[in-house]
Write a new protein. Structure first.
Ligand SMILES: [Zn+2]
Ligand SMILES: [Zn+2]
Length: 484
């Protein structure tokens, strides 16, 4: 999905992918950081025609369809709000699977412990107004085909109105939860634990333009609503719906108070130099003063980060520092509080790296989740589970030199990493470990000590290899945005 804005410097049009954090104007070259992405942003789609052209076209259409009997009297432009939600869904199912006996087998059919992870990208939309219908239940392909405009600046033309949102954010969350599992059904497992987690959900409101048409049909006045982009839906409003619509109508003037995307200059607040430009990065490391920054509430805030030192034998020009969130997790179950690795060893969870546990140290429950996007959600989870289960004792370096070192870009927030922790923990439980599965059913997770940590990876031809564990990720599966 693309968003289109007018460059605040030169007025030129800038189109950018909705996943971007930083944008650059092709006309004047200015670089800007988006602010307010963590709010529910309001967008609108543009009608295909101007009011004059639409009047002409729709009159013709009515005449062709109904002859001289039906006449267009008046036309108004109406924007109606739709919730749009996107993110990733992870669904873990633990349970029993029927294994059918082979005919010659002396054993009968039996049930086997099993587990399965299902994932999907979530992209849902539905009307954010109740009490009337315009015949359009979702945005469909409209948002992938057309750029979204920021809602705050609807031209204040006569006969333009918008429908007030009367479906709350809480309702939208409920709706999303009801649809999260669709397409992730598993038919061959008798579930004992069914755990769905949405990660990185973003909520926005998209206003779709409709033409509200008053027609004279014989001697009766009727109100029709036609979707104003593809003109694919036509709906006759019932009397009660017209009454409801009147209660929900607002003038465009009222739209200026809606939260919209804003822009801040892309400069280091400490030393004033321009930060390195990478559209999908959310954490920016200044090349001059090496400080890390992220935007929140329209301002840059410091991010503390640490660099794990690669072993001496790795040549530094092949090292890429990939970002990870390290989060300490405390789990409260019905019967106990899990705080350290020793609380879960031998309790049905997968064995952790023995060398660390036998060192006698009390190893805290630190979860390590990639702060970069891996296109395949299962591979993303696998890397997180692998690093969490095999904690290395990293030596952190004091020497950071962003002019010489290569960094992978941070595109996931720490709250997305928090949402991943449950998925990761369930990955660490073997399918037969009933005790652990039962324990986690109603467990509460608490997060603390968040830290951004860069781990050294060695660049090979097609892979990046974690120099501590040897685990490799395909270069093609990540958006590698090293700062050069
Ligand atoms: Zn510009
Ligand atoms: Zn700086």
């Amino acid at each position: 999905m693309n968003i289109r804005i007018d460059c605040p410097q030169c007025g030129g049009k800038i189109d950018f992918d909705e996943k971007s954090f930083v944008i650059r104007c092709d006309f004047c070259g200015s670089t800007l950081h988006l602010a307010g992405k963590n709010h529910i942003c309001h967008f609108r789609l543009k009608p295909k025609w101007t009011q004059r052209r639409a009047t002409h076209y729709l009159s013709e259409l009515l005449r062709k369809k109904f002859g001289e009997n039906v006449k267009l009297l008046k036309l108004k432009l109406l924007y109606a709000p739709y919730w749009r939600i996107h993110g990733t869904v992870f669904r873990w199912i633990f349970g029993k699977k029927l294994v059918k006996a082979v005919q010659s087998s002396p054993f009968g059919s039996y049930k086997e412990d099993t587990k399965k992870l299902q994932t999907k990208l979530l992209d849902l939309s539905f009307p954010a107004f109740q009490g009337l219908s315009f015949g359009l239940q979702s945005l469909g392909v409209r948002t992938s085909a057309l750029p979204l405009l920021i809602f705050g600046n609807v031209p204040n033309e006569p006969d333009t109105f918008f429908v007030k949102t009367n479906t709350s954010f809480q309702d939208a969350v409920k709706y999303m939860k009801a649809f999260a599992n669709i397409g992730l059904e598993v038919i061959d497992i008798d579930p004992e634990l069914d755990d769905t987690q949405e990660v990185g959900e973003q909520y926005s409101i998209v206003y779709v333009p409709f033409w509200l048409i008053q027609v004279l049909a014989g001697d009766k006045r009727e109100v029709l609503v036609v979707e104003a982009i593809s003109h694919s839906t036509v709906k006759k409003l019932k009397r009660a719906e017209i009454g409801n619509l009147k209660k929900l109508l607002l003038k465009p003037d009222d739209s200026t108070s809606l939260p919209a995307l804003k822009f801040i200059p892309f400069k280091c607040p400490e030393c004033g130099w321009e930060l390195p430009f990478h559209p999908y990065n959310s954490v920016h490391i200044c090349k001059t003063c090496a400080r890390g920054w992220f935007e929140y509430g329209g301002k840059f805030h410091r991010v503390n980060y640490r660099l794990a030192e690669p072993p001496a034998k790795i040549s530094s020009d092949k090292t890429v520092f990939m970002p990870f969130w390290r989060i300490k997790v405390t789990i409260t179950t019905k019967t106990r509080i899990i705080k350290s690795m020793s609380d879960i060893t031998g309790k049905g969870y997968q064995p952790y790296r023995k060398s660390l546990l036998s060192s006698g140290q009390d190893v805290p429950m630190n979860f390590i989740v990639p702060a970069f996007t891996i296109k395949n959600s299962k591979a993303f989870n696998k890397l997180a589970a692998m690093l969490t289960a095999n904690p290395s004792s990293y030596q952190f370096s004091d020497e950071v030199n962003p002019k010489k070192q290569k960094f992978g870009g941070v595109s996931l927030t720490f709250s997305e990493a928090e949402e991943m922790c449950r998925v990761v923990l369930l990955s660490l439980i073997p399918p037969f470990a009933r005790k652990a599965v039962d324990e986690l059913k109603e467990a509460k997770f608490k997060f603390s000590n968040h830290e951004l940590m860069y781990l050294p990876f060695q660049a090979e031809r097609l892979f990046l290899r974690d120099v501590h564990t040897g685990f490799a990720i395909q270069k093609g599966s990540i958006y590698l945005q090293e700062t050069d």
